[in-house]
Design a protein around this ligand. Structure first.
Ligand code: BGC
Length: 730
């Protein structure tokens, strides 16, 4: 930052995020309807709206529905079951208030898409929005009104199993995809028969769990919270998200499910959020374990007053709120405000007018050919080509392939974590997909070799035999679906079991070795990175994992995915992220610098990295202003040329660095990206706009500012390469 005559010149700006868009359909006319209902509700009925239970099939749950003393259920699915329970509420309860049915529709309902981290590797918000739209259509037709997605937690530590559920490490990519998913789920009208309310989670900081251990404590400075962890939530709220879920973690000493700063000050007061917040599973009850509530009554009061309106499966509101109101410890006004927010969403969902779903519709919309086509497109755009020595890929369809490894023919694992109503029988495995695409199915011979975990090497011999009889060995290794996701953190993120030993023996056979990794996180593979001829990251690709991988392997689709996370060489490098601070002693070969003695500090593969079967050249970087004021915008452009022999998509990325500011700034920050399709020899000028929304940060007083001084800018294929320009803010 420049100082003029000793005075710090900075422009304090209102974050563009604060112009929060409304939840689709919201207008103040709705409040009159809520007032009329509230005026008739008993305290028991009001507290009922704040309760959310799993199951819905017990006599107790049915009775609560009929009495009007439950607001919501989760894990009740299918038109038959949801309609039956809804009928009890709508026809038997005194005020006929409908139930809202929620479900974890994370990456598809019945048509399962690649896991969210994989979808993020597509860097394609339009396609991600379409995928969420498919999930919404299938879910709503099955009686679900509300999905516990998108999960927008920033994750800088791949030990954390839930990295699989989010969009990776970057706030800009994360915010863009968060908004896309909210639009995809909710559309323009929450009451439409093909839309559901979104629930943005887990608010907030959950991904920063110490040691990557799920549910662990987090310490995040307010600046880092505002610059890194909050932007995807803000973008989702700005896109009209109807609800949020409060997280499990302790955030700077105040658990996220009882945190007035994040839930009230930021969410309601700064962002103007009008929807409701549901706790995570018993996260209000867990305030006792956190040690900030001595008993359930205290936990109920803390969570409600912090801004958690609905208690998921916790029984804390149910058991304590009525007493607390009687004693005067909790006000009726606080209860009314919570009920108001929940009724608002029920009204916007149109549940008072149309509480039921049409069972015929449910039959028509699940797993349609169009849904499967979108799933295949999503899966192939999410595949990342990490290495391709001597252009060994794509393979010819007449190549004799030995497809070896425990994941080559696994259906269940392709569904990944949170597979909702997805069924293994609907998955096409890699073996099936590759055999179907090969010129003769017999060209592809499979052997399992070993299991994902365990020490059994008895299958190695058959695997080596298959390898010897082939032209190319394709090893399909990685993690089973249950090794990532909730409560699935790993301290050792190498290939589990004897898979690496299998790959080493396969390499010794001497045939060209292609490794396909299927996993919910980056896997530390330093040996494979050095020794395999080609490496593809296929994540857990959903029901169309096989056809999508065949498309890429044989070159029917030219891979375009880019990593949404930095890929460590070794677990000791984590947390690892590209937008780090420079330190006073930046990394170099010198001893007293930010480095390790035993490993490089750089990742195996950098954030934004991914190869193609063609090559792209970057030239002609133009920044249209050398200098501008802090409120102004400029255009930065570059020309991208396909210099190779096949058509392909490139994801052009723009990064900036604020060279000197009042607080330390990251060495690079992603501020824009565009997917461009180029034929061989074709060039295109790609333009980005940079203005206050991209150039600011939170200063020492946590105000959003754009400060004067020099900025560098890069346009390139990933976070480590690119052509460089600069400009100055006056
Ligand atoms: C998870 C949430 C999920 C909820 C309901 C919790 O354990 O943390 O992400 O939405 O369960 O299934």
């Amino acid at each position: 930052m420049k100082r003029r005559s000793g005075i710090v010149v900075a422009v304090i700006l209102l974050l563009p995020l604060m112009l929060a868009a409304q939840i689709p359909g919201y207008g103040t006319d709705i409040e009159g309807k809520i007032d009329a209902l509230l005026a008739q509700m008993t305290l028991a009925e009001k507290i009922g709206q704040l309760k959310h239970y799993t199951g819905g099939d017990s006599e107790e749950h049915r009775q609560m529905a009929a009495d009007g003393t439950v607001g919501s259920f989760l894990n009740v699915t299918g038109a038959g079951k949801t309609n039956a329970l809804q009928k009890l509420a709508v026809e038997n309860s005194r005020l006929h208030i409908p139930i809202i049915f929620g479900q974890d529709v994370i990456h598809g309902y019945k048509t399962i898409f690649p896991i969210p981290l994989a979808e993020a590797a597509s860097w394609n918000p339009e396609l991600v929005e379409r995928a969420a739209g498919v999930a919404a259509r299938e879910a709503r037709a099955s009686g679900i009104h509300w999905t516990f997605a998108p999960m927008v937690d920033i994750a800088r530590d791949p030990r954390w199993g839930r990295i699989a559920e989010g969009s990776g490490e970057d706030p800009h990519l994360g915010a863009t995809l968060a908004a896309a998913r909210v639009r995809g789920f909710q559309g323009m009208d929450l009451s439409a028969a093909d839309r559901v309310a979104a629930c943005v989670k887990h608010y907030v900081g959950y991904g920063a769990a110490e040691g990557g251990r799920d549910y662990n404590t987090t310490e995040i400075s307010e600046r880092t919270l505002r610059d890194i962890y909050l932007p995807p939530f803000a973008a989702a709220v700005n896109a009209g998200a109807a609800t949020l879920m409060s997280a499990f973690n302790d955030l700077n000493g105040i658990p996220a499910s009882a945190n007035p700063f994040t839930l009230t000050e930021v969410l309601r007061n700064e962002w103007g959020f009008k929807g409701f917040v549901v706790s995570d599973w018993n996260s209000i009850g867990e305030l006792l374990n956190h040690g900030i509530a001595a008993d359930g009554a205290e936990a109920a009061r803390l969570a409600l007053y912090a801004g958690v309106e609905m208690d998921m499966e916790g029984r804390i509101y149910r058991n304590h709120l009525a007493d607390l109101v009687d004693k005067g410890t909790v006000s009726t006004a606080a209860i009314d405000e919570a009920v108001r927010r929940i009724l608002r969403i029920k009204l916007l969902l149109g549940l008072f007018d149309q509480p039921y779903t049409d069972p015929l519709l449910e039959k028509q919309v699940l797993l349609t050919p169009e849904n499967l086509m979108i799933a295949r497109q999503m899966a192939r755009e999410s595949i990342v080509l990490l290495k391709n020595d001597k252009n060994i890929l794509p393979l010819s369809k007449s190549t004799k392939i030995a497809l070896i490894g425990p994941l080559a023919d696994s259906k269940q694992d392709m569904l990944g974590t949170w597979s909702c109503m997805g069924e293994a029988k609907d998955v096409i495995t890699l073996l099936q997909g590759i055999q179907a695409a090969a010129s003769k199915p017999g060209h592809v011979v499979a052997a399992k070799g070993c299991s994902v975990t365990g020490n059994d090497r008895s299958g190695f011999k058959a695997a080596m035999q298959a390898a010897k009889n082939s032209d190319v060995v394709v090893a399909v290794v990685g993690e089973s679906a249950d090794l990532s996701g909730e409560a699935s953190s790993r301290a050792d993120i190498t290939l589990p079991g004897v898979q690496e030993a299998l790959v080493k023996e396969l390499a010794a056979v001497g045939k060209p070795l292609v490794v396909i990794l299927l996993a919910g996180r980056p896997v530390a593979i330093p040996w494979i990175a050095d020794h395999a001829a080609a490496i593809l990251m296929g994540w857990h690709g959903g029901v169309q994992a096989g056809p999508a991988m065949a498309d890429v392997l044989f070159g029917d689709y030219n891979p375009s995915g880019k990593l949404p996370v930095s890929w460590p060489r070794v677990v000791g490098q984590v947390p690892l992220y590209y937008n780090y601070k420079n330190t006073g002693r930046p990394t170099s070969e010198q001893k007293y610098t930010t480095r390790y003695l035993d490993w490089p500090v750089t990742p195996q593969y950098v954030f934004g990295f991914g190869k193609s079967y063609t090559q792209f050249a970057y030239s002609h970087l133009v920044v249209d202003k050398n200098e501008m004021g802090p409120q102004a915008t400029l255009t930065c452009s570059a020309v991208v040329t396909n210099t190779g022999r096949v058509a392909g998509d490139e994801i052009v990325q723009l990064y900036i660095r604020d060279m000197a500011a009042s607080v330390t700034r990251p060495v690079k920050e992603l501020k824009g990206f565009k997917r461009v399709h180029l034929k061989p020899g074709e060039s295109r000028k790609i333009e980005f706009t940079l203005g206050p929304a991209e150039l600011g940060f939170h200063d020492a007083d946590h105000r959003y500012v754009v400060e004067p001084g020099l900025f560098k800018v890069w346009v390139g294929p990933n976070s480590a390469e690119g052509i460089e320009g600069q400009f100055t803010i006056r």
